[in-house]
Design a protein around this ligand. Structure first.
Ligand SMILES: Cc1cc2nc3c(=O)[nH]c(=O)nc-3n(C[C@H](O)[C@H](O)[C@H](O)COP(=O)(O)OP(=O)(O)OC[C@H]3O[C@@H](n4cnc5c(N)ncnc54)[C@H](O)[C@@H]3O)c2cc1C
Length: 566
């Protein structure tokens, strides 16, 4: 058994930030990741990261308070305002810290960090490195983790969070290279396992690694999951692959156009805001255009960048141009890009407070898998990269303090956990079942796309929850897995699909019960926000019969709920 004071699961921006902070404070920390850290999906982030620096023309008077207001309004008032304040106040400092680490931000003429407009924010606030911001951030932080000698276990796939009597003792990993289970005991564990987009189908901007298993592992271990029904659809996924075309395209001045050649956003929001309304509103407007027959081939719309000119596209959006040319043969300098709304982000996740603590002693979560409630029911673009580095760092500090005095983890629960996982593996290799797990996954994802998508209603979601129960029953009869010792991806995917099923169930059951429309959760049968009784967080707890739902108060602050007009 390996033993460390602190184990971080996840090598993306949240995990790296936590590990570096703890290491700087002299804690024995190990980072575990199923893929190499620099292949984490944070690297796919393009558009930028928010901070009220006031560097751009039009944002000189920006403040963290205005950033907080935009975030709370964008969240449709479901965000916890103390957590939002912490994030927005920390933003300018953390961006400068990243700059000092060597992050190659794009620059203004005066040499300051450049900022571009993003949706739902009145001023240009989004700091960027061309259209490769996440990649630059990830490589910068990975370099720091090497500098600080963070111990890293790569291609270690965590299959169990060990919790006994409300105390976390460590994780059980499956070493993909050796095919052995490796228990890692720790005084504190943080999950920074990323998003859950692949619970939905191929129409997602998320990598195949963003499966939601971290959320499911926490759920199975008794940790509550918060607000998981709120799923963000990004307006501009490339059609048909759904590779992201960053919001930065619209931030730089790109237009959305329907098959009548019309900039249709003027029919949904004020002419001042247009394409830079928050994502939930733009995605719904686009979907309406497609449903009502104003799309191309009934499937997509146009993102038109031609008026920006070649020089600007080459300088600010070179990655977008490459992707568009390589994947659909469209050069945005000459032709509009085909786009449609695509699943993009999970606002909910493992229930944490603003210190990344969960209700289980010694277990923490940060980044997209967590829900510190800074996004409420709709995230503003540029706030997720910010959340990862702010709360990753905060968590690293909180855990360092905890680990200094905490008792050592217990062997007993770790040995039990190891035996359970070995027995599960054995069971997966045997049996007479003949269901194909990948067919179950395909059906599940299609179901969520069709029935728990941008527009939702009771009948569809009842059908979805019923079907998920049937799929879970069928999953009990899956065929035996392959038995290769090294790189047994059949076992990995079997575990991921088990997680997908429960993650999907939490989304669908929570969405069915929430009879209102708020942020990204739009019910055609309840089209209005209903603060009474729905201004509250959904909490889902595991039971063998499906999630048990309860509700938790939203922590309000200086911003009173108002009608959300743009
Ligand atoms: C295409 C795209 C573009 C985006 N652009 C922006 C943007 O411009 N601005 C913005 O603010 N946000 C953006 N986002 C959102 C943002 O990038 C993510 O929310 C954020 O990077 C997530 O970081 P993370 O550290 O939480 O997770 P990730 O970077 O996804 O890392 C997750 C880590 O967990 C590990 N892991 C997961 N499960 C296990 C397991 N069972 N065992 C071991 N390891 C495991 C993985 O190996 C990985 O290292 C974008 C998202 C996408 C998909």
């Amino acid at each position: 058994m390996l033993v460390h004071d602190f184990v971080v699961v996840g090598g993306g921006l949240a995990g790296l930030s936590a590990a570096i902070e703890a290491k700087k404070r002299g804690i024995d920390v190990a980072l575990v990741s199923k893929i190499h850290p620099v292949r984490s999906h944070s690297g796919a982030a393009q558009g930028g990261v928010n901070a009220a620096l006031g560097n751009a023309e039009g944002s000189k008077d920006d403040t963290p308070e205005r950033h907080a207001y935009d975030t709370v309004k964008g969240s449709d008032f479901l965000a916890d305002q103390d957590a939002v304040k912490i994030m927005c106040d920390a933003a300018p400092g953390i961006i400068l810290e990243l700059e000092h680490m060597g992050l190659p931000f794009s620059r203004t003429k005066e040499g300051k960090i450049a900022q571009r407009p993003f949706g739902g924010q009145g001023v240009p606030r989004t700091c960027y490195g061309s259209d490769r911001t996440g990649l630059y951030m990830l490589n910068t932080l990975y370099e720091q983790s090497v500098k600080y000698k963070v111990k890293t276990y790569v291609e270690f796939f965590v299959t169990k969070l060990v919790v006994q009597n409300d105390r976390c003792h460590g994780v059980i990993c499956f070493n993909l290279e050796s095919g052995e289970f490796v228990p890692i005991a720790a005084k504190a564990v943080m999950f920074a396992t990323g998003g859950s987009g692949r619970v939905y189908s191929a129409n997602t901007t998320n990598a195949h690694t963003s499966t939601g298993l971290g959320v499911a592992l926490a759920y199975w271990a008794g940790v509550p999951i918060k607000d998981f029904e709120f799923i963000q659809f990004h307006p501009t996924g490339l059609y048909p692959s759904s590779i992201l075309m960053t919001e930065g395209c619209r931030g730089e001045g790109g237009y959305l156009v329907n098959n009548k050649g019309e900039r249709f956003m003027k029919n949904y929001v004020s002419e001042k805001v247009m394409e830079l309304a928050p994502r939930d509103i733009v995605a719904r407007s686009m979907q309406t255009e497609i449903i009502e027959g104003r799309g191309f081939e009934d499937a997509y719309l146009h993102l038109d960048l031609r008026h920006l000119g070649e020089a600007k596209i080459r300088e600010r959006l070179p990655g977008i141009r490459d992707l568009s040319m390589n994947f659909v043969g469209v050069d945005p300098v000459k032709d509009p890009i085909p786009v449609r709304p695509s699943q993009h982000y999970t606002m909910g996740g493992i229930d944490t407070n603003e210190k990344t603590e969960t209700e289980i002693t010694g277990f923490y979560a940060a980044g997209e898998c967590a829900c510190a409630s800074v996004h409420g029911s709709n995230r503003l673009g540029g706030n997720s990269l910010l959340e990862t580095v702010v709360f990753g760092k905060i968590g690293g500090g909180v855990i360092s303090d905890f680990a200094k005095d905490a008792a050592a983890p217990k062997d007993g629960p770790m040995k039990d956990g190891l035996k359970e996982e070995q027995a599960r593996f054995e069971a997966c290799t045997k049996g007479s079942g003949d269901e194909n797990p990948y067919d179950i996954k395909t059906e599940l994802s299609q179901l969520l796309d069709d029935k728990v998508g941008i527009f939702r209603n009771k009948a569809d979601m009842e059908a979805a929850t019923q079907k998920i129960r049937e799929l879970k029953k069928r999953f009990e009869k899956v065929r035996p897995i392959k038995t290769n010792k090294t790189f047994n991806y059949d076992f990995l995917w079997m575990s991921e699909i088990a997680g997908n099923l429960d993650a999907a169930q939490i989304v669908a059951e929570g969405a069915l019960v929430r009879e209102e429309s708020r942020g990204a959760h739009f019910r055609t049968d309840f089209p209005k926000r209903r603060d009474d009784p729905w201004m509250k967080h959904t909490i889902a707890r595991y039971s063998a019969d499906g999630p048990v739902l309860s509700y938790k108060e939203v922590r309000m602050g200086q911003f009173e709920p108002e009608e959300r007009k743009y």
